[in-house]
Design a protein around this ligand. Structure first.
Ligand code: IMP
Length: 176
């Protein structure tokens, strides 16, 4: 089975849960939709006749409550432009720091199957930790005092949106 992604961190996280999967970096259109499901369904439709094995893709976003869900489906663009420091600036002085990470996995085996994972938490006051990627150093999941950026992959997976979505995929695969 392939995980089609250009992100090695995502691949490592998925591999810890699923075991032997292959990373395949094939570009596919990531449309600007207002929810993550639409993005992955479009991606699967584009890829399904081009890939010779079962595969999955994944799309995620960070939704900050006090910013009314921003950056959400714009997470990738916002990370590339203002980054973690920019988010912390936007949150400056804000006491309500709740945020949710959402991951949507779409698996294709002749049919498309969608698995969603959510992780509630909060935006840290400052950047902490140098592990992981993206918003990891500014996100503290519920139940922990550490940011994802301070966690090894196994620990992040216990809490994370992606860990939850991929475990749902594993459960589905075990039932086949
Ligand atoms: P995408 O799923 O690669 O489109 O991710 C959207 C944006 O959210 C990118 O900037 C990623 O770096 C960031 N992101 C996605 N998942 C995570 C995560 O698990 N930790 C931190 N940042 C993430």
């Amino acid at each position: 089975m392939y995980f089609i992604t250009g992100n090695r961190h995502k691949y490592e996280e998925a591999k810890v849960i699923l075991g032997e999967i292959k990373m395949l970096s094939v570009a596919y259109p990531e449309i600007q939709a207002d929810n993550l499901e639409e993005v992955v369904i479009y991606g699967i439709d584009y890829l399904k006749n081009k890939i010779d094995r079962n595969f999955f893709i994944e799309d995620s976003g960070l939704f900050i409550k006090s910013l009314r869900g921003f950056p959400g489906v714009f997470s990738s663009y916002v990370f590339k432009t203002i980054g973690n420091e920019g988010i912390l600036k936007l949150m400056g002085g804000e006491r309500h720091r709740e945020a949710t990470f959402i991951s949507v996995v779409a698996y294709y085996n002749g049919k498309t199957h969608i698995f969603k994972g959510e992780c509630k938490g909060k935006i840290a006051e400052k950047v902490k930790g140098d592990k992981g990627f993206g918003y990891d150093p500014i996100f503290i999941p519920e139940g922990s005092e550490k940011t994802f950026g301070e966690m090894e992959t196994e620990e992040k997976n216990k809490y994370s949106h992606r860990g939850r979505a991929i475990r749902k995929l594993r459960k589905y695969l075990e039932s086949c």
